[in-house]
Design a protein around this ligand. Structure first.
Ligand code: SAM
Length: 278
C-alpha cells in the first residue's frame, strides 16, 4: 500500500516511448494519488498496467479542459490529483498550464515530478549548441502563418526546436531554409523507441531527403543558430559614416560607426574630417 500523499496537484512526466523511462518516484506518486487527470485513458491505462496498478482516471484534454478544470481544482483541496499527458512532460505542447495557474491561484499544493521530454532528449542527440535554445512547439500548418512565425525567429542567436509530423516534415524544412538560411539541423525521430535515429545535415539536404521518403513516427526538428554575421564591407562603413555625419560631429560620428562595425575610430575620424572638407 502506497504512503498517502498530501492533497494537491502532482504534475507527472511519463515516458516518450520506452516505458522503462518512468522514474521510480513517478510510479510511486501515480500509485498513491486519488485520481489521475489524463489526456487519453487508454494510453495511460497501458502505463498503469506496466507498473501493475489501477487508478481512477478523468479525461483532461483541449476539448473538455475549461469544463472540467474548476472541479479538479476544488477536489485538490482534499485529494491528491496527478496530471499526466499521453507522453513526456505535461504542459509541453500538451494541456495543463491553465490547471496549474488555477491551482496556484486557489493556493493548492503543487508538486512536479520531472522526467522525459522529447525536446530535451532531441537536443542531447543533435550535436548542435545547447547553451541557448528556443522551443517553438508545432509551427502553424498554413504556409503564410508558418513563414511569418519563422521570420520572427530568424535573427535569434539560439538553437531552435520544433515538434513536427512525418507528412509535413519536408515542407517545414524547406520553409525553415527559406526563412532562416540553409543552417545546420538535426531530425530526431522515435526517440527511446526501437527505430530511434538522429539524422543531421543542412536544412536543404534534409528537406530533399525527406521529400523523397516522408518518415514515419514522432519527430523533433533542431535547427542550429545562425553563423557569425558577414563582416561589414568598406562600402557599408562609408555609408554609415556619411549618414551619421548628417546629425553628429566628426568625432561623434566616428565613435558611433566604430562601435557599430567594430572598426578603427581614428581612421573613421580622419575620413569624417575629409568628408566634411576639413
Ligand atoms: N509533452 C510531450 C513532451 O514533453 O515531449 C510532447 C507532446 S506533443 C503533443 C507530441 C510531439 O512530441 C510529437 O508530435 C513529436 O513531435 C514529439 N515527440 C513525442 N515523443 C517523441 C519521440 N519519442 N521521438 C521524437 N519526438 C517525439
Amino acid at each position: 500500500m502506497a504512503e498517502p500523499l498530501e492533497p494537491g496537484l502532482y504534475i507527472v512526466a511519463t515516458p516518450i516511448g520506452n516505458l522503462g523511462d518512468l522514474s521510480p518516484r513517478a510510479a510511486q506518486v501515480l500509485s498513491a494519488v486519488d485520481l489521475i487527470a489524463v489526456e487519453d485513458s487508454r494510453v495511460t491505462a497501458k502505463l498503469l498496467h506496466h507498473i501493475g496498478i489501477k487508478q481512477p482516471m478523468l479525461p483532461y484534454h483541449d476539448h473538455n479542459a475549461d469544463k472540467v478544470r474548476p472541479g479538479l481544482v476544488a477536489r485538490m483541496a482534499s485529494e491528491a490529483i496527478a496530471l499526466v499527458s499521453d507522453a513526456g512532460t505535461p504542459l509541453i505542447s500538451d494541456p495543463g498550464y491553465k490547471l496549474v495557474r488555477d491551482a496556484r491561484e486557489a493556493g493548492r499544493h503543487i508538486v512536479t515530478i520531472p522526467g522525459p521530454s522529447a525536446v530535451i532528449a532531441a537536443l542531447t542527440l543533435s550535436g548542435l549548441p545547447t547553451d541557448r535554445f528556443l522551443f517553438a512547439g508545432f509551427l502553424p500548418a498554413k504556409a503564410k502563418a508558418r513563414a511569418d512565425m519563422i521570420a520572427e525567429f530568424s535573427t535569434l542567436r539560439a538553437t531552435l526546436t520544433f515538434y513536427e509530423s512525418g507528412p509535413r516534415l519536408a515542407a517545414t524544412l524547406a520553409a525553415l531554409a527559406q526563412g532562416l538560411g540553409n543552417r545546420d539541423a538535426a531530425i530526431a525521430r522515435e526517440i527511446t523507441k526501437s527505430y530511434e535515429e538522429c539524422v543531421t545535415g543542412t536544412l536543404l539536404d534534409l528537406a530533399e531527403r525527406y521529400a523523397e521518403a516522408p518518415p514515419k513516427g514522432e519527430i523533433v526538428i533542431i535547427v542550429g543558430p545562425p553563423g557569425e554575421p558577414e563582416p561589414a564591407s568598406a562600402e557599408d562603413v562609408e555609408t554609415a559614416l556619411r549618414a551619421a555625419l548628417k546629425n553628429a560631429s566628426p568625432a561623434q560620428a566616428a565613435g558611433l560607426v566604430a562601435r557599430q562595425f567594430g572598426a578603427d575610430r581614428k581612421t573613421l575620424y580622419a575620413r569624417a574630417l575629409e568628408l566634411q572638407g576639413k
